[in-house]
Design a protein around this ligand. Structure first.
Ligand code: PGA
Length: 243
């Protein structure tokens, strides 16, 4: 089974509790086109379980050395990580990550040959023009200094913060104008059409409302990805589209 050309990023966040559960979850998502992002402590074990899916990280640090508690993108690369989520709103809000930190992480991931999945999104449900202004400012602040060639390796995740973990997913009609503004911004900056995925309360019931659109390159799944039935169902639903 494969998931056509759409990307499904499974962000387990700080779940599950045990390595045994992590290995079961990994098996449920081991399908081509899926990126599995376990907590760092389980990455190595999950790597041994994945035969078709790719391995992703939820974070990384831009240096090696005297940085207690951190792990670098180079280290992640050495255990098989191909993608890294960077700038997730939970890291921005709960762990004080600002654009300066995010841009260092993006550059370091790229230097380690890891594709950054850069998350942007507005805090509250608002007008299209305010949402576009917010995400474009976030992109501007975190992508400065990155070469055109490297910009082409970035994946963007549009994640309206109000839709994350709330069960209130944004509709396709709501996200299309914002995603198309992001695409235009990236084409102007890099000359390339880069992948943009949607995240925020994606479920088996709503996944295909996004993936049917040629403008949406995939989904970033949080809560549902830590449930083996739901993740298997999301992959199955997307596969059934036969795009
Ligand atoms: P959610 O999380 O699917 O639980 O809304 C998405 C995310 O935080 O990336």
């Amino acid at each position: 089974m494969r998931t056509n050309n759409k990307l499904i990023v499974m962000n387990w966040k700080c779940n599950p509790r045990s390595i045994a559960e992590a290995r079961v979850l990994a098996t449920a998502s081991d399908v081509k086109g899926v990126v599995v992002c376990p907590p760092a402590v389980f990455i190595h074990s999950v790597a041994t379980k994945l035969k078709k899916a790719s391995l992703g990280a939820q974070n990384g640090f831009w240096e090696e050395g005297a940085y207690t508690g951190e792990y670098s993108f180079g280290q992640l690369k050495s255990v098989g990580v191909k993608y890294a989520i960077i700038g997730h709103s939970e890291r921005r809000l709960l762990f004080g990550e600002n654009s300066q930190i995010i841009s260092k992480k993006i550059a370091s991931a790229l230097a380690a040959n890891i594709s950054p999945i850069v998350c942007v999104g507005e805090k509250k449900r608002t007008t299209v023009s305010i949402a576009v202004k917010t995400v474009v400012a976030e992109l501007n602040n975190s992508l400065t200094g990155i070469s055109k060639e490297n910009l082409g390796k970035i994946i963007l995740a549009y994640e309206p913060i109000w839709a994350i973990g709330t069960g209130k997913n944004a509709s396709l009609a709501e996200i299309l104008p914002i995603i198309s503004a992001m695409k235009k911004y990236m084409i102007d900056l890099s000359g390339k059409r880069i992948k943009i995925i949607y995240g925020g309360s994606v479920s088996p019931e709503n996944v295909n409302s996004y993936t049917v659109s040629p403008f949406i390159d995939g989904v970033l799944v949080g809560g549902a990805s830590a449930n083996k039935q739901k993740s298997a169902e999301i992959i199955k639903k997307l596969h059934s589209l036969n795009l």
